[in-house]
Ligand binder design. Sequence first.
Ligand SMILES: Cc1cc2nc3c(=O)[nH]c(=O)nc-3n(C[C@H](O)[C@H](O)[C@H](O)COP(=O)(O)O)c2cc1C
Length: 265
Amino acid sequence: MQIYLSNAGAITLRHPADFRRLDVLADPQPPERLEHAIARVGRREDELHIRLAPSVLRFLSQHAGDPQWEADFSAMVDYASRHGWVDERGDIRAHMIVNEHDEVVSVDDFKAAMRALPAGISAITTAGGDDVAGMIVSSLTSISADPPMVGFFVHKTSSARDALLRNGCFVANILGEGHHDVIQSFLKAPQGKARFAQGSWIMNDRGTPVLPDALASIECDIICTEALGTHDLIVGKIRSATCHQAQPVINFNSCMHRIAPAHIQ
Ligand SMILES: Cc1cc2nc3c(=O)[nH]c(=O)nc-3n(C[C@H](O)[C@H](O)[C@H](O)COP(=O)(O)O)c2cc1C
């Protein structure tokens, strides 16, 4: 198995059922980011070795709890122990490899490709007491039906990010043709109550703004966040959802568009 410390910020366990190897693969990244990532999984022993806590490997594995995986994992730890690779704290010594093959597209090419992706437009709202916040996103996506979940991506510099993480809940209001003023207000007004000056906003039972004439208003509790490069993924488990018939709008090639039926057979 291999812990992958990506330069996107995500940490994953690769090859979790390969018990013949244990190493750490690190993408090229600034030294302090690398040290921070290492501290999340264990501790640095020297230039080329990391001490890994078995509990971290079990936490990252999708197979922990499976009897066969547990037996094989214990056998791997015993094998490492017999070779003197497990210290008095029970942490296993693993080799660190620096990833030499980190080929990525340029930011310009990335943006050009993403401009070609048509996407719905939603007003995300959150509140804690009098502290209301909102932002426009086109990254809202369906994740799971059971349990029901949606997610979106928020830029680390977005003024709504801290409020979302603090409040632990949000409402995703899917916008339509009649919501031009709502979009403009969210994009131009200062963060807080001023953003809600346009639109027929009402408060839900938790005091979070809901737009009753949105195509859908999806009320969520945040159950998972993950820092990924410039953005944080925010995943919400859906408590309730209401729908309303209206004409949708989409964002495509940096402009807003109406949609029309395609009549494809
Ligand atoms: C159509 C559209 C879609 C957007 N989608 C996202 C998104 O998915 N995630 C995000 O962080 N910002 C997105 N933005 C930018 C934010 O709405 C907002 O402008 C930015 O976070 C700065 O917000 P602030 O003034 O509250 O800091 C989008 C903007 C537009 C116009």
